[in-house]
Design a binder for this molecule. Structure first.
Ligand SMILES: NC(=O)c1ccc[n+]([C@@H]2O[C@H](COP(=O)([O-])OP(=O)(O)OC[C@H]3O[C@@H](n4cnc5c(N)ncnc54)[C@H](O)[C@@H]3O)[C@@H](O)[C@H]2O)c1
Length: 157
């Protein structure tokens, strides 16, 4: 299946696109012809990803922001809509990893992990999903890191 076509290029929002898995996803999607909104809390990294895509002939914008804030997701969705007037897929990938025992974890650290790794996924979907649902064809579910965002929490996931 083609992820995107030259006459009907699709748009993906990738969070945590400045490094690692998110950057790899952003570059791969761009190579497949998708337009990419690259979101990262590290402004230089977000710009580096979008610059790499644009330098290679793709089309990308970067959005600097902390995904634990709903405003970041809304800005990312708006940036994609302003530039391409559509959103087809979301990769809610940004996350942080902490190590150690839960019992030793200071409360603020726990709250930060929950905000970035859990709350941010909901923010990202709330920001982009209403737009993807309006797309004239089914959104790219293969790109979803969660099987069904609309069911999140309703079945104990
Ligand atoms: N690498 C692995 O083996 C592995 C395994 C399981 C799960 N994961 C998860 O996959 C995701 C990506 O992992 P990775 O190894 O590519 O991570 P990484 O640390 O290499 O990259 C994460 C990117 O997300 C950005 N980021 C972090 N917090 C952010 C925030 N609050 N707002 C916006 N951007 C933020 C970072 O700046 C960075 O560019 C994470 O959620 C991670 O927990 C990774």
């Amino acid at each position: 299946m083609s992820l995107s076509t030259a006459t009907d290029p699709r748009v993906v929002v990738v969070t945590g696109a400045g490094a690692g898995i998110g950057r790899a996803c952003a570059l791969r999607f761009a190579a497949e012809g998708l337009r990419v909104a690259a979101v990262d809390v590290d402004a230089a990294r977000a710009a580096a990803t979008s610059n790499a895509i644009n330098a290679a002939g793709g089309d990308a914008v970067n959005v600097h922001g902390d995904v634990s804030l709903a405003a970041t997701s809304n800005r990312a969705a708006q940036a994609a809509l302003d530039r391409w007037n559509r959103i087809d897929a979301l990769v809610a990938n940004a996350g942080i990893q902490v190590s150690g025992r839960l019992l030793d974890m200071p409360e603020p650290e726990w709250q930060r992990v929950m905000a970035v790794n859990v709350d941010a996924v909901a923010h990202a979907w709330r920001g982009s999903w209403p737009r993807t649902a309006d797309a004239p064809f089914p959104p790219l579910r293969e790109a979803d890191f969660m099987a069904d965002p609309l069911r999140f929490g309703s079945h104990g996931e």
